[in-house]
Write a protein that binds this ligand. Sequence first.
Ligand SMILES: [Zn+2]
Length: 438
Amino acid sequence: MEPAPSAAADEVVGICRDLLRIDTSNTGDPRTTVGERVAAEYVAAQLTEVGIDVELHESAPRRANLVARIPGRDRSRGALLVHGHLDVVPADASEWSVPPFSGEEKDGYLWGRGAIDMKDFDAMMLAVVRDWQRTGVVPPRDIVLAFTADEEAGMEYGSQFLVREHAGLFEGCTEAIGEVGGFSYTVNDDLRLYLVETAEKGIDWLRLHARGRPGHGSFVHDDNAVTALAEAVAAVGRHRFPMVITPTVRAFLEQVSEALGIEIDPDEPEQAIAKLGPIAALIGATVRNTANPTRLEAGYKDNVIPGKASATIDCRTLPGQAEAFLEQLRAVIGPDIEIEHLQRQAALETSFDGALVDAMATALRAEDPGARAVPYMLSGGTDAKAFSTLGIRCFGFAPLKLPADLNFSALFHGVDERVPVEGLQFGVRVLDRLLKAS
Ligand SMILES: [Zn+2]
């Protein structure tokens, strides 16, 4: 059955291409992160052209965020926040098959940094509401659109800024959709699982400090900070924290087990997860807390033993596990290493039920009769972290129908990031149905 043509599905490709051509690389350094303002102005023009008022808020020069509210039929209902970030991670053009900011279309894909993370969804949001404005569609409840800066480098200049300084823009928002979810995992021709993000691990970036007695490198020395730190870092890096199966992961494993017709050993789910191919990377780390050493710092001269040494550990914690994790970590590194918290963001988890979830499943099935929506937990973090602090129930739902053989998770921040054009058009139709129904 061919889907009915729609203006939004026609327009989404051009809008996505335009966005991909605006280099919004977020280097993590505000001095060299410059494209967000240009992208926000483009989005503003797309919205104001069809009569939607926008508010543009800069958290710092050129760090632009944009929010718009589309009034619904029943304004007493809680509003739905639909959000996407406009920044992207940098791309090294020498590694790519096409220039990463060309928005080139070939082989059925739109290519470019941000094609799936997440200018595709930004384009869907714009295409749907532009079509509505032209054809007089009014959504059932208020929809708040947010296009954010700085998702890729800590959210400080983006969603965190918005919820801190402009929380009033989100007044009445009860639920939200954004990245990373709604994409398909093909089981067979007649069955595709669409993973809806209902949980996110928490972030705890720590710095470990070891202290010792400074001294000459040629002497006998039994209180060396570098040695103490190295032992702690190696112990953390090799440690496997205990498995904890949260409600989201349990539901996911049950659904996958049934859909694939495989037994998943509840004591060893990682073996089964590893066999899920492309999505294993996204979900593999969601059955336990993790701690990966990422930086080391010590010393200033080859023959001087320094008095201190430090290491950064990227820790990701399951919902409800933040405090238990710290105790476990302390047991691994011993009592003498000092722990400094660099950044902490709570894990999220919501249940996979309610009218919005039902509407997601219905919208997917209307466009793909083989669709089955399943909840999952993302091991990374998104803007949902910030919006959830306002009491908003956040989901990852940026619908995309993907070819069975596409290694989707490898495209996130990867070389040759690209989005299938048909998948993008599918997504716009699903989003249109969802927003009209919810
Ligand atoms: Zn993203």
